[in-house]
Design a protein around this ligand. Structure first.
Ligand code: ATP
Ligand code: MG
Length: 575
């Protein structure tokens, strides 16, 4: 089955059941500076999941383009891509698990004709805070799913979101047996022959910071299904890259490399995946650069080139990209612009690589080891990923100071982040002293709001100019005068304590474990910066910040308003 056929069937089925089609939003989130890319169909719907009425109603359906930088390390396997398309349908406070499961099953079983023999599901097993999802089990059984084909899994697998306070709930996922052998009677979710094709998230609860869970005011359902995976299994294949989506790009790559896909699966998959993702990122208005989205794009293109080199080719990126335009003609992709940007970036990278090769030879001659500084120079100025330097060094039988490399990288990132003007993930408009002071004040305010109003509140967005800070967060009523005063006082007390501000750059997991607030989706790299203000605040952020809270001045909230139900906006200034 082709992607357009699957998408058409899916939309028609849910429209028939009262869902309204919503747009396939940009990969660059419009109203959410907290993440770099749209990672799921639910992402643009967050305000509506929290209670704001959606103009198109309570039942919605679409297909959404997504980028998951967190999956880049998995790319190379049969089922994970950096860019993919997600089928999505939602109930915003309308039907709940029973109807959702029945709709999902009807679509899979009746429309797509997936036989029961090849179908299995997971449900939430229950823990100290929420009980096993018996009601979903009952629905699945009523549809003919046997006990052996239901796996009961814990929080890590079947609860969304993993650990944050706020709207949450169990999910129930659907799997297909793609193995060539007869499907086993008992479902084992760890067996790679069972592939997850869809997931109904049942957002029925609200979790406070003590971990107490209560029923949510508005219960939602969020279904997400993978287009690539579904057409793979419907075509009787085991490998996503064997479907029509990749066929012409894959064959072109075989042509230019004079190598077979089957012999070099990993390299082929990474090259094809990264080029397709780059095509769509450029289409949404990004060009290669050294910050944010542009940096992810640059790394994807350069990584594809790197793997191309391993297959013995160069100057190929644009030619492979061209093969995707026919498959995705419904997107009306800006072909010329995409090819131009890809060609420019490849040319630039090849030139630098060449100079880098010469420099490497120089640095490596008559040495036992390449210093961290030199490895960083190769990385920073000549586009050598550390792995490439390691590889080339080991060919020569010499070592590389990896720790020194990471230390140089960290120093550099600090310098470049404070020097770069432009939009930051944190919503900064420029980097004058005034905005820097407000930015630090913003961290203090988030912590103060949490302490005064409760830990459930979450940042939704922020925007800082040299005049004022604007800050949106989840909270469903007006703050009283007393609460406003308390928040101001708390912030000003911390400011007066003259606390030095420092940051460390740590792996994302470590930041998460330390309880740092903030964005848990990493950029391309897996390390993030955590800013600590004494014992008061601990937040993932790209900076910049003042060196000491005493530099901030006196903090004052000047305005508050509602921006849709469940979200408040505060404006504050420094006097
Ligand atoms: P997995 O555990 O396989 O990584 P997931 O739990 O991350 O999947 P969800 O977040 O539930 O997946 O996303 C909904 C659906 O989107 C999945 O059922 C799957 O079909 C598809 N999907 C998720 N991640 C990817 C990816 N990186 N590439 C292709 N399809 C994906
Ligand atoms: Mg995943």
């Amino acid at each position: 089955m082709k992607r357009e056929e699957l998408i058409a069937k899916y939309i028609a089925f849910f429209e028939k059941h009262g869902h309204k089609r919503i747009k396939n939003a940009s990969l660059i989130p419009e109203n959410d500076p907290t993440v770099l890319f749209t990672t799921a169909g639910m992402h643009p719907l967050v305000p509506y999941l929290l209670g704001e009425p959606h103009p198109q109603g309570k039942r919605l359906v679409n297909v959404q383009r997504c980028i998951r930088t967190g999956d880049i390390d998995s790319v190379g396997d049969e089922t994970h891509h950096t860019f993919f398309e997600m089928l999505g349908n939602w109930s915003l406070g309308d039907y709940f698990n029973e109807e959702a499961i029945k709709l999902t099953f009807a679509f899979h079983h009746k429309e797509l004709k997936i036989p029961l023999s090849h179908y299995a599901v997971t449900v939430f097993a229950g823990d100290a805070h929420a009980s096993r999802d018996e009601s979903s089990v009952k629905v699945w059984k009523s549809l003919g799913i046997s006990e052996e084909r239901i796996a009961y899994l814990g929080k890590d697998d079947n609860w969304w979101p993993a650990d944050a306070p706020g709207l949450c709930g169990p999910d129930t996922e659907q799997f297909y047996w793609k193995g060539k052998s007869h499907p086993p009677k008992v479902f084992d979710p760890k067996d790679k022959n069972w592939v997850e094709i869809g997931n109904d998230v049942l957002m029925g609860f609200f979790k406070d910071t003590q971990g107490n869970i209560r029923e949510a005011k508005q219960k939602n359902v969020d279904f997400g299904g993978g287009v690539e995976r579904t057409i793979t299994i419907l075509s009787g294949l085991e490998d996503n890259y064997l479907t029509h989506i990749w066929a012409s790009a894959r064959e072109k790559l075989e042509d230019v490399t004079d190598k077979e896909y089957g012999q070099h699966k990993k390299e082929f998959r990474i090259i094809l995946d990264h080029i397709r993702a780059s095509v769509f990122i450029i289409a949404d208005g990004i060009i290669p650069s050294n910050t944010e989205h542009g940096y992810v794009l640059r790394r994807l293109i350069r990584r594809a080139i790197h793997y191309g080199k391993q297959l013995g080719i160069q100057n190929f990126v644009g030619d492979i990209a061209k093969e995707f335009f026919e498959v995705y003609k419904d997107y009306n992709l800006p072909i010329e612009k995409i090819i131009e940007e890809l060609d420019k970036e490849e040319e630039k990278f090849l030139k630098t690589l060449e100079k880098g090769e010469q420099l490497f030879e120089k640095l490596a001659s008559n040495k036992q080891s390449i210093s961290g500084k030199d490895a960083f120079l190769l990385f920073q100025s000549y586009g050598f990923p550390l792995e490439m330097t390691l590889e080339k060094a080991s060919e020569k039988g010499i070592t590389v100071d990896k720790e020194g490399f990471h230390a140089s990288l960290q120093t550099h990132q600090e310098l470049s982040r404070t020097a770069t003007a432009g939009k930051f993930k944190s919503g900064l408009a420029d980097h004058s002293e005034a905005t820097t002071r407000l930015h630090t004040a913003c961290h203090l305010m988030l912590e103060a709001l949490t302490r005064v109003l409760g830990k459930e509140i979450e940042q939704r967005g922020s925007n800082i100019t040299s005049e004022r800070l604007r800050f949106d967060f989840t909270f469903d009523r007006k703050l009283s005068e007393e609460e406003v005063k308390k928040v101001e006082d708390l912030v000003n007390t911390v400011i007066k304590k003259s606390i030095p501000i420092d940051f460390k750059e740590v792996p994302l997991d470590e930041a998460r474990k330390s309880g740092a607030k903030g964005i848990f989706e990493s950029k391309y790299g897996e390390r993030v910066k955590v800013y600590k203000i004494g014992d008061f605040s601990n937040e993932i952020c790209s900076g910049p910040h003042v060196n000491n809270t005493s530099e901030i001045g006196s903090f004052k909230i000047v305005k508050q308003e509602s921006v849709g139900s469940g979200t408040r906006r505060i404006k504050a200034i420094i006097e």
